[in-house]
Design a protein around this ligand. Structure first.
Ligand code: SF4
Ligand code: SF4
Length: 311
């Protein structure tokens, strides 16, 4: 496959989805698209299917989606998570995900009204994209993330029958998804990395799952960065500190950097001199207990104990 071809031709050459390590499987067979692919679609109040897509929802939420809903209702993110989402497991390792919570005893979105979406300006990523979607994906032999777009054609959606041609790029702009994609990219990258590390280095630890869950409660994460333990450990300059305290988008970016640092050792947040040693001394008993549990769990030889290595 030549990379010199226009993106749309390159995508149409073959089924690009087979080359990617997909973060999840979808029941609907997607049709691959590039930014310059032409699509024809129109959604408007008065179309025969109006609200059909919001009447039976299955919407995966990102941390930024929760943050936007929280800001819409002027409530903390933990409360938005509790009220408007429900937990689910993203994969067989139990990677913690959240979905939009529908109305009680029904499948419709709790924000659907006769006039349309009541949180339109802060609606989640998946709603903005529908009936299109995007995935940040890495080819199996590459470390580089690429944005891939797809269309999901469902019978109930009559917008596909409308004569309204545009490119995927124009559609994205109309729907205001750029900031959402920007905010979601690192989070998706973490999911893919976590998922692909499973078979080689074992299932993600309970601790790493808890840390990942923290990303949905960004106000809680902001408080955590202001805690004594965090301040003693990490060396942030005044500008970075102010950005995290006052700017939600910087908070999201910093949260993802933090997760990549603690989950994958990608050191981008400077640590204070002696902080790691001091932290180890403080948690020595817990760490040693955990180590001993692992030794017993996996029947490994403890080098400190001497004797023959078990086969
Ligand atoms: S948030 Fe709005 S657009 Fe999304 S499913 Fe609910 S009503 Fe529909
Ligand atoms: S089903 Fe399609 S056309 Fe109908 S309201 Fe939903 S997105 Fe618009």
């Amino acid at each position: 496959m030549s990379d010199d071809k226009p993106e749309v031709e390159r995508f149409n050459d073959d089924n690009i989805f087979q080359e990617f390590d997909l973060p999840f499987k979808t029941a609907v067979q997607p049709q691959q698209l590039a930014l310059d692919s032409k699509i024809s679609f129109k959604c408007y109040k008065g179309i025969s299917c109006f609200n059909a897509c919001c009447s039976n929802i299955d919407i995966t939420m990102t941390p930024y989606d929760v943050l936007r809903l929280a800001r819409h209702f002027d409530i903390p993110t933990w409360q938005a998570q509790l009220k408007y989402t429900r937990p689910y497991e993203m994969d067989f390792h139990g990677m913690p995900g959240i979905k939009m919570r529908p109305v009680d005893e029904g499948a419709a979105c709790q924000f659907m009204t006769e006039a349309g979406c009541s949180v339109y300006e802060d609606r989640p990523t998946a709603c903005r994209y529908y009936p299109y979607g995007t995935m940040g994906m890495r080819r199996k032999d590459s470390g580089v993330m690429e944005d891939v777009y797809f269309v999901v054609k469902e019978d109930h959606c009559k917008g596909h029958e409308e004569d309204n041609e545009m490119t995927v790029a124009e559609f994205r702009q109309q729907q205001g998804v750029e900031i959402y994609d920007d905010m979601n990219r690192d989070w998706l990258d973490i999911i893919i990395k976590k998922r692909s590390s499973g078979p080689t280095v074992g299932a993600p630890s309970q601790r790493s799952m808890q840390l990942f869950s923290q990303s949905y409660d960004l106000d809680g994460f902001r408080l955590f960065t202001q805690s004594d333990g965090f301040v003693k450990m990490f060396d942030l300059d005044d500008e970075q500190r102010k950005a995290i305290d006052e700017n939600d988008e910087e908070l999201v970016r910093f949260c993802m950097r933090f997760l990549k640092q603690v989950l994958f050792g990608e050191q981008t947040i400077p640590m204070k001199d002696g902080a790691v040693k001091a932290r180890y001394e403080q948690r020595k008993d817990v760490i040693q207990k955990k180590h001993q549990e692992n030794v017993e769990k996996y029947s490994l030889r403890d080098p400190a104990a001497g004797g023959e290595e078990s086969s």
